[in-house]
Write a protein that binds this ligand. Structure first.
Ligand code: BGC
Length: 379
């Protein structure tokens, strides 16, 4: 009975989340989301004894409101935790590490019983999380692993290696690299070097593509192949765009075709497409992405981006709420990955949600039919 009531509450919260978090693709206009330095201290939900949380305060620290996905993640987490009977202190750190550190310090001194953190930079939270540990406050690393601290209890993310692998395999299939003679011109862009996920996105894709680069079937004219050379600070669209403008003018302005761009995510893919639109006159290349942000799905529909990876943040949030509940009740969580994600102090037991391939042929089914977006969001 309790379970039924809880799942009914979660459905209501999920519906609210869809209306609020997923109904508006442009994060900067998302008026329902709290301001970057907002502290949510609403009264605990009156669960009538049905929800599992006992009104305890949970701190949720998100990296930024600048990218669409973190707004959705934050709103999903807040709605689902509240539906489960917790109070939520949700903060966004404007991609500024000292801001994130001080927001977490405030969560600790403000009485949070557990922290859910999507870090800006994986290596920068050791000192503040030591304080959490001393205060017996468990930490769940959300989406991005927090490195070199033993204060992290669990990690919940998507299968990040699989994300990169799917992007690489898409390129192999589309260019028919097994059979076609080539060579094809490839350029690469990945994300912030301080985000541990980049190792998996870049690594998963390069494990698929590197043999073709080595054999000369894929040619990277800029010579920028190593992770450090293709990184994008803060995953910023502007930074990816200026790097690509320089690449296009140096290597692809004389009629040479760029055949494919491996872009690790949508914010960087957007920068690539902006640069191509401004400066490139050859045949339009394949462009990969990740997140299914609204602007990128529009580009997929318009033929400017070839694919994206859909990461249903509603699933990640509900998994994290399960983890919170288990920790609060002192229960073990079964079925976690205990091999893949070592944060430098040992392997952190991880839950890996499944990333889903999205392109112009299936976006309606996976994004609209699932209620993630409405048709009008994508017009
Ligand atoms: C996330 C991606 C996202 C990127 C930029 C990564 O850690 O896993 O989904 O595109 O950060 O925000």
């Amino acid at each position: 009975m309790k379970k039924k009531l809880l799942s009914a509450l979660l459905s209501v919260a999920l519906a609210a989340t869809l209306l609020v978090g997923c109904g508006n693709g442009n994060n900067t206009e998302q008026t329902d989301a709290p301001a970057a330095d907002d502290t949510q201290t609403e009264a605990p939900a009156d669960d009538g004894g049905s929800a599992s949380g006992g009104g305890e305060l949970i701190g949720v620290s998100m990296p930024t409101k600048d990218l669409q996905r973190w707004n959705q993640d934050g709103e999903n987490m807040k709605a689902q935790l509240e539906a489960a009977g917790y109070e939520v202190d949700l903060q966004f750190a404007s991609n500024d590490i000292p801001t994130q550190v001080s927001q977490i310090e405030n969560m600790i001194s403000g009485g949070c019983k557990l922290l859910v953190i999507a870090s800006i930079e994986g290596d920068s939270l050791g000192t503040v999380l030591q304080q959490a540990k001393e205060n017996n406050i468990p930490v769940i690393a959300y989406d991005r692993l927090i490195m070199n601290t033993d204060a992290v209890t669990y990690y919940a993310t998507f299968d990040n290696y699989l994300v990169g692998q799917k992007q690489g395999e898409f390129i192999v299939e589309q260019l028919d690299l097994e059979n076609a003679e080539g060579p094809f011109n490839l350029e690469i862009v990945t994300g912030d070097p301080g985000d541990n996920n980049v190792n998996f996105f870049y690594g998963g894709a390069m494990d698929v593509l590197k043999p073709y680069i080595d054999s000369g079937k894929l040619v990277v004219k800029s010579g920028q192949i190593e992770k450090a050379d293709v990184a994008t600070a803060n995953w910023a669209t502007d930074a990816a765009q200026s790097r690509f403008e320089a690449i296009i003018s140096s290597y692809y302005s004389d009629g040479t075709n760029l055949d494919v761009v491996l872009a690790s995510n949508d914010s960087t893919a957007l920068g690539v497409v902006n640069a191509l639109e401004a400066n490139y006159t050859g045949e339009w290349p394949l462009v990969t992405g990740q997140d299914c942000d609204v602007a990128n799905v529009k580009n997929i529909i318009a033929g400017k981006q070839s694919m994206s990876i859909f990461k249903d943040t509603r699933d990640l949030a509900s998994k994290v709420v399960e983890m919170v509940d288990a920790i609060m009740k002192g229960e073990e969580i079964a079925g976690l990955d205990t091999e893949t994600y070592d944060n430098g102090t040992g392997v952190i037991p991880s839950y890996l949600c499944e990333p889903v391939f999205a392109d112009v042929n299936n976006y309606k089914e996976i994004l609209i039919d699932s209620g993630y977006y409405s048709e009008s969001d994508l017009q």
